[in-house]
Design a protein around this ligand. Structure first.
Ligand code: DON
Length: 309
């Protein structure tokens, strides 16, 4: 096995001269304040060994990466009927696009674009008040990462609530097609709060480990989902996790991954490791520029890929 710590250090060193590249998301005002030169990386292999570099223990806003956890929860609550409410196809559109929703009568293409994640929040809300549903999501992520300190950043949630005009448009549009069962304010309350979860790369890599290890978290011994469900969530991350940049991410990295506009990416090397990177500057698709590069370098150096050796 390659010396993973040496590889992670090398990636960090190679990218250091480029820190600050890309554009920090500023449409959520609270995210605009983040130092663009931050960079963190954590790799946790399926034996539980941790390899990290840079700001791997600095919390950041995980944003859309949280959609992996809410999808996992929704599948646990609703099983395959989840797919009556949201599709499983790549969108080829931006994460906040509204165009397909009209053609497809309010059923979003996949659970990772904003519209799809809003539908998933509606499913997680079933039988709960918004406060209970948010509590359930936080408890679930703490359980996955085996870390009780993980919390939502209330200022990020408020900031997005105050400026989330697009998401209100998407949710109202879906509701007009009868595709949301709870009030728009409740659904978006859940959505904005889970996007505002603050986590470090180390915590994030721990929380994704079940996807690298056939549904079971090897650190805690907890079986989170079945082997088949872990494979399927990975398939969705691969095909839809980077929006209209998903094809390019598959080409360059070759691993299931989910990005967030906070600059984080969670990637899964099945049978090998869970990886989290964070660099706030984004590319034109809204995915971390240096984070994608770091993962490309890691895949190249380790040979990890779902497409072959
Ligand atoms: O709804 C939004 O726009 C944000 N809370 C999440 C978007 C996001 O992270 C897209 N990812 N690249």
């Amino acid at each position: 096995m390659a010396d993973l710590q040496a590889i992670v250090d090398e990636i960090h060193d190679k990218l250091t001269p480029r820190l600050g590249e890309g554009k920090v998301a500023d449409y959520i005002p609270q995210l605009a304040h983040i130092d663009p030169r931050k960079f963190g990386m954590a790799v946790i292999d399926v034996d539980g060994q941790v390899f990290k570099a840079g700001d791997a223990d600095v919390p950041f806003s995980i944003q859309s990466i949280s959609k992996v956890f809410t999808l996992t929860l929704a599948l646990g609550k609703h099983g395959e009927t989840t797919w009556n409410r949201v599709g499983r196809e790549p969108s080829g559109s931006a994460f906040n696009s509204i165009v397909q929703l009209e053609h497809e009568e309010g059923k979003p293409r996949n659970p990772f674009i904003n519209a799809g994640a809003i539908a998933v929040s509606d499913l997680v809300l079933a039988g709960h008040t918004p406060r209970e549903a948010i509590g359930e999501i936080v408890r679930f992520v703490r359980y996955l990462a085996d870390d009780e300190t993980i919390a939502i950043d209330p200022d990020v949630a408020k900031s997005e609530q105050a400026t989330g005009y697009r998401n209100f448009a998407l949710a109202n549009f879906m509701r007009s097609f009868g595709k949301l069962t709870h009030p728009v304010e409740h659904v978006l309350g859940v959505y904005f709060h889970h996007c505002a979860l603050a986590m470090t790369c180390t915590q994030l890599a721990r929380s994704g480990l079940f996807l690298a290890a056939s549904g079971r978290n090897p650190l805690t011994g907890h079986t989170v989902v079945s082997r088949q469900r872990a494979r399927r969530i990975n398939a969705l991350m691969l095909t839809c996790g980077h929006y209209d940049g998903s094809g390019d991410f598959a080409y360059r990295v070759g691993l299931p991954g989910k990005s967030g506009v906070g600059g984080g990416i969670l990637a899964v090397a099945p049978g090998k490791a869970s990886v989290a990177v964070w660099s706030p500057g984004l590319n034109h698709n809204g995915n971390s520029l240096l984070g994608s590069l770091a993962l490309e370098m890691l895949a190249m150096r380790t040979g990890w890929s779902v497409f072959g050796q």
